[in-house]
Structure formats: structure tokens, C-alpha cells
Design a protein around this ligand. Sequence first.
Ligand code: ZN
Length: 248
Amino acid sequence: MRFLILSDIHANVTALEASLTEAAGKWDKAVCLGDIVGYGPDPNEVIDRIRGLEAVTIRGNHDKVGSGLTSADDFNPVARAAAMWTREHLRPENREYLEKLPLGPLSVDGFSVVHGAMRDEDEYVVAPAQALESLIEAPSRVTFFGHTHLQVGFSLGPDNAISSLRLRPANDAKLTKLELKAGTNYLLNPGSVGQPRDGDPRAAFAIADLPQNEVEFWRVPYEIEAVQGRMEKAGLPEPLILRLTFGR
Ligand code: ZN
């Protein structure tokens, strides 16, 4: 069974469609690590598509705030403005879908998924020391996480040494392959489909074939200007529009 791993789509249906086109025929079941909405101009279109894929999905912090499940008090002003816009524009059935999304960690066919970290869905895991807790506590050898919008990973080997993994393909390449080693636990971030922050503006996702001990990390270009045009029309904050150009 090959899994398509999507995270942090952030209401960017153009990036999602480009990812699905590139991944077509390469996977059997889709998984989504949360933050379906927030920041972007297409919350309903993205939710409709994810529901249509019957993706196994957990909630992210933007799904909680966008649906009204939690307040936007912890968000910066730009994120809060986008969350309020999202609340106003969600169709009732899509708001309900977001409200009912399960909280991670969730076990999926031999691996685990979390939005932020194993113990805290809202924690940003960027450093090896932060990854250690999730690596030790994970009930499976592979855990996928999102939230940071960085296509990175961490591993904990049989010698108890923790390593940072560079997973992002070079700018002129579209994928890197990670071979999973025996006796090693992995915490892997597929990157963000709709708002990358690792300096590469291309949409990011992963395809996992764990029985074959292989995970692919993909980047695909999409029509950024088309999304930016819809964001401008919607009156979404300018910093959110600009950052898509740079992938920051
Ligand atoms: Zn996010």
C-alpha cells in the first residue's frame, strides 16, 4: 500500500491540484496531516477535494480556528485576519467537517500521523532535541508530522543517535528518495502543499511505501500568480500573498 502524504494545504487548491496531477497513479490511499484551511483563498474547494479523495485526515491549528472550534487569540494579526475570512466563507457542511476532524496522533496502517508533535498538536518541531520526544514516544517506526511547513526529517538509530535529514529536492530536481533503515525510527515532514516556508516556493508532498522501506519527497511547481490573484480579490493580507512567491 502506497500512501500520499499531504500537509498544510492552507486553502490553496491550485497547489493541491498540481500535487495530485504529479502524484496520479503513484498512490493507493491519501493521508492529510491538518491545516487544510487558513491563509489561502480556496477553503471550500480544498475541503471538497480532500473529502472526495476520502483522505484519512487529522486537524491542524488553522482548522480549529477557521471552524470556530477555538479562538484566534494566539494567532498573529495576519493569521487572525485570514482565519476570520475563512470563518465567513466556509459553507456550513465544510465548517462541520473541520470541527469533527480527529486530533492526532492517529495510527494509520503501521505508521503514525500528528500535526505538530506527538504530545502537543500545536508544537513546532524544528530542532533534533524537540524531535527526540516524538521519536521515543511514537508507537510506530515512522511518524509523519506537519505544522512547520519545512520538508525535513529526523531519525533515531539503534545507537540512540539522533540525526537531521535533508529531504528537500534540489531546485532543479523534483524528488528525493529516503531509504528507511532497520532498527531506526523516523519523524518525517512531507512539507507544505499550499504555503512552503523552506525557501522553495514549489508545492511539497510525500509518497510513502513503507513495506518497501521507501519514502519519496516531492516538489512541484504550480501557478502561484493565479492563487495570488484570488487572494488579492478576497482582500487577504498582503504578507500572505507575497510569501508564496518566495516560499518563506
Ligand atoms: Zn500550517
